[in-house]
Ligand binder design. Structure first.
Ligand code: GFB
Length: 309
């Protein structure tokens, strides 16, 4: 990407898209194209095609997606598969029709089989059955990877895919029903502290393990790969370190400074037991995460705590 290249960030109001815009600005790119969903509905093919024809972007970061935590994925199964397939089909195809120089598609670590060996290597894709709670979302993301691969092999498009681990940071979703675990627990501990509640409720056993990456690290990795990676194989993005959900809860409790108890709601699903990604492909390319988990949680809490009720 050159400084004057026209760069379209799809999904610029979400946690990932907004972090990519911040990163591009920090690196001195100012020809950034964005459009809100009420201006350009990415689920509508004709709308997307005329947007691309009118704007002719040089580069595309495809961060627009319907996302959510374990319960949202499980409850809104139709919306998760339909909206994600529509958005990515329309944007990837329009990028091909309009000669976009390079496109980066963002997937998710839930594309891997539920019981795949750990850490998750890129080659484990499609070697087993998926975690049922997020199967529709994962199928859509797998379709996106395969679409980028197919457009590269048939049409020669420079479309790459990256698979981020669990993310957190500014502009996350803090709705307790639809959010991921980290923002949910930040909010629960904060509100329990303010309201002097004796306990907070966390879902499941607390035994599953996850790798949490700050979204500013993710944006840095996406920028790095946009500049340095032109291969068909997709790339995992994570820290390479995992914590259990219970360890995460204790860390957030400490950051927030809450003294009460943690109660488990065992009626809620645990989801995938382990989801640590192998990041050796990315490390060999020359990129490593920089933001330590506790420091990242602390910084996020400082930014968002005044927005909670
Ligand atoms: O973050 P989370 O919703 O997503 O849940 P996944 C991770 C773990 O935290 C699960 C537990 O074991 C939850 O049961 N947990 C504990 C909580 N307390 C809470 C809480 O208050 N809220 C939430 N949300 N969880 C999603 C996938 O999986 O993560 C997506 O469904 C996607 O497809 C995404 O891949 C990154 O890591 O389980």
């Amino acid at each position: 990407m050159e400084k004057k290249s026209k760069i379209y960030v799809a999904g610029h109001r979400g946690m990932v898209g907004s972090a990519i815009v911040r990163k591009l600005k920090e690196k001195g790119y100012d020809n950034i194209l964005t459009a809100r969903s009420d201006e350009v509905d990415l689920r509508k093919q004709a709308v997307v095609e005329s947007f691309f024809e009118g704007e002719s972007p040089d580069y595309v970061f495809l961060a627009a997606a319907k996302v959510g935590g374990i319960l949202a994925n499980n409850h809104y199964r139709a919306e998760f598969i339909y909206e994600n397939l529509m958005i990515q089909n329309n944007v990837i195809h329009a990028a091909y029709l309009n000669d976009v120089k390079k496109l980066l598609f963002l997937g998710s670590s839930c594309i891997y089989p539920k019981m795949a060996p750990q850490p998750l290597k890129e080659e484990y894709l499609l070697t087993g059955t998926l975690e049922p709670t997020n199967e529709p979302y994962a199928i859509a993301k797998i379709a996106g990877i395969k679409m980028c691969e197919a457009y590269r092999s048939q049409y020669g498009c420079n479309f790459i895919s990256v698979m981020p681990t669990n993310l957190y940071g500014p502009n996350d979703n803090y709705d307790l029903q639809s959010s991921h675990v980290l923002p949910a627990l930040l909010r629960k501990f904060h509100e329990a502290k303010v309201n002097q509640s004796p306990s907070i409720v966390m879902w499941g056993t607390g035994k599953p393990k996850r790798d949490f990456l700050h979204v500013d690290d993710l944006a840095d990795a996406c920028f790095f790969l946009m500049q340095n990676y032109d291969e068909p194989n997709f790339v995992n993005i994570g820290t390479g370190k995992e914590v259990s959900i219970k360890e995460l809860a204790l860390m957030i409790q400490k950051v927030v400074g809450y003294k009460g108890d943690i109660v488990h709601d065992l009626s809620k699903p645990d989801g995938t037991p382990l989801k640590l990604m192998d990041v050796s492909r990315l490390t060999q390319l020359g990129w490593k995460s920089k933001i330590d988990l506790e420091a990242g949680i602390r910084a996020t809490y400082e930014k968002v705590k005044d927005c909670f009720g």
